[in-house]
Ligand binder design. Sequence first.
Ligand SMILES: O=C(O)[C@H](O)COP(=O)(O)O
Length: 247
Amino acid sequence: MYKLVLIRHGESTWNLENRFTGWTDVDLTATGVEQAKQAGRLLKAEGYDFDVAYTSMLKRATRTLWHVLDEMDRTWLPVVHSWRLNERHYGGLQGLNKADMAKQYGEAQVLQWRRSYDVPPPALEASDPRSERSDVRYAKLQPEQIPLTECLKDTVARVIPFWEESMAPAIKAGKRLVVTAHGNSIRALVKYLDHISDQDIVSLNIPNGIPLVYELDADLQPIRHYYLGDAAAAASAAAAVASQGKA
Ligand SMILES: O=C(O)[C@H](O)COP(=O)(O)O
């Protein structure tokens, strides 16, 4: 049996301000730092250890990983960064307040933008100053690989090749992985692993900074999954994420 640990980054400045973030590179708040440290302490206390860490190209996930590894005295572990683990690109919504958008366009529209499987939010213009197409960290990508918007289906389409090419082979080679990523890149992976339908994925929300453990069989099929620590607190934190789109 293999174990895979997934952690959504701790609270970010734009989580606190309730703004659509996507690929915008915002930092953790003091609360987010504490959540990340707490995740590391919990993992250590529960006897977890890792051989390799995976994270995105964004600082809220990267710093979360650093705090986790620091608490575990594992700052020397190899770290793999991939743009494929970045948050879902939120297109023209990036920077806008979720509750304001619900007031202006209605909660049903915001729910569709946030959670529908295959309807993307309005796209950014490639020339929009918010576009990441000229960001040096993505210089090795083709411009078309840098999204101007994404629905979850698009995020699945970039996360799963990385799972298959890098993460899954590492797990099968006996490496213990910790992954710090984002609400929707984790939803993409979880949808794939648990074979969640396009309808049921709408109601899945991932809380900040709580380790989500997957136990996987020899074929990497999930046996069970659970949040470490207080299950009720994890459920209420996930419900709070769902509520961010209310007017
Ligand atoms: O990009 C964002 O705004 C958040 O990290 C995830 O947002 P969501 O829960 O609204 O999809």
